[in-house]
Design a protein around this ligand. Structure first.
Ligand SMILES: O=C(O)CCC(=O)C(=O)O
Ligand SMILES: [Fe+2]
Length: 346
């Protein structure tokens, strides 16, 4: 908005109204937490347009908020931070690690990185003898793998084209009711693609089977997701927890045993997939895919797989998810009787 204001001042024939810019600037400044500046800008707007009803209402609101003292100024410049309410002041290590990972400030210690290897994988599959998968390990225990060059540009183009007209605001499942809901902590558009919509979708599903050695007949359809600037998905688990008895019930295929996440674009800035508990960040690279197990062989959910999609700062991020379910894997990944320690499960 500041840029828009500057451009407007250079324009001979004005293409926008300065009042409109001031209104947006005030609101976004308020959202950033700088309520004092938001009030100054609103006052400026009211000097120009004293009858502006929304600005009058906002002025009263901002003044009341400042009065309540819920926003404290830290510095005297425009970039002062906010201290909003108790919730924000309470230390939240998970949140702090999520944000530090997103900024690229937290990386795995060298001793752990030195144990990570890249390898060619054939999974005893004759086709893969000719063209093995190029697999990079990004974390050990829980194991996170990056598969390189597993989605072609042509497949990506088809998948984007098929998904675009179907896009809806992404939802999350209410853990109590099992209902799908829109939530502020997941900002993106998403769509589901069926296998028989295009040979490229079928090929990608088959590839997931070859990559993971798991059956995809019981997997969910391919979920395509697009995040615009600011789009993100805050820390979450892909699987349903012990107390979430209604999640995935209608599918009848058990819990989400594993996730394959295809990156269908590079992202100019931001947009990493981060794992706050284990301190790992995966940066999107077009054509690669991340793979991890969400559940231990006992069927218990792995707490360490908590992950998030960082806000996109510049560009646009495209991914697709293939969630593999428990049913059908009985002989491919046999379950065990021993259970992991309680503090690792959820
Ligand atoms: O977009 C990402 O990087 C992660 C997405 C994700 O975790 C999800 O859709 O469940
Ligand atoms: Fe996820």
């Amino acid at each position: 908005m500041r840029e828009a204001d500057e451009r407007l001042s250079r324009e001979q024939n004005k293409t926008v109204d300065k009042g409109e810019i001031l209104e947006y600037l005030a609101f976004s400044t308020y959202k950033e937490g700088n309520i004092n500046l938001a009030l100054d800008l609103t006052n400026k707007l009211l000097e120009m347009v004293p009858t502006h009803e929304r600005a009058k209402g906002n002025k009263v609101y901002y003044e009341e908020e400042i009065q309540k003292g819920s926003y404290k100024k830290k510095g005297d410049d425009e970039t002062d931070d906010i201290i909003t309410n108790e919730g924000h002041d309470t230390p939240n290590p998970d949140r702090e690690r999520y944000e530090a990972l997103c900024r690229g400030e937290l990386t795995l210690p060298d001793e752990l990185v030195s144990k990570l290897k890249c390898r060619y994988v054939t999974n005893n599959n004759p086709y893969l003898l000719i063209a093995p998968f190029k697999v990079e390990q990004a974390h050990i225990s829980p194991d996170l793998f990056i598969f390189h060059d597993v989605m072609s540009d042509a497949e990506i183009k088809t998948i984007k084209t098929l998904a675009t007209p179907k896009f809806r605001r992404a939802t999350v499942q209410n853990s109590v009711t099992g209902q799908l809901e829109i939530a502020q902590y997941r900002i993106s558009k998403s769509a589901w693609l069926e296998e028989d919509e295009h040979e490229h979708v079928a090929a990608v599903n088959k590839r997931v089977e070859d990559m993971t050695g798991l059956a995809v007949a019981t997997a969910e359809q391919l979920q395509v997701v697009n995040y615009g600037i600011g789009g993100h998905y805050e820390p979450h688990f892909d699987f349903s927890r012990k107390d979430e008895v209604n999640s995935f019930k209608s599918l009848g295929t058990g819990n989400r045993i594993a996730t394959v996440l295809f990156y269908m674009s590079d992202v100019e800035q931001g947009g990493a997939t981060v794992f706050p508990v284990i301190g790992t960040a995966l940066w999107p690279k077009k054509g690669t895919a991340a793979f991890w197990y969400n559940l231990f062989p006992s069927g218990d959910g792995d707490r360490l797989t908590r992950h998030a999609a960082c806000p996109v700062l510049a560009g646009s991020k495209w991914v697709s998810n293939k969630w593999i379910h428990e049913r059908g894997q009985e002989f491919l990944r046999p379950c065990t009787l021993e259970r992991p320690p309680d503090d690792l499960t959820i």
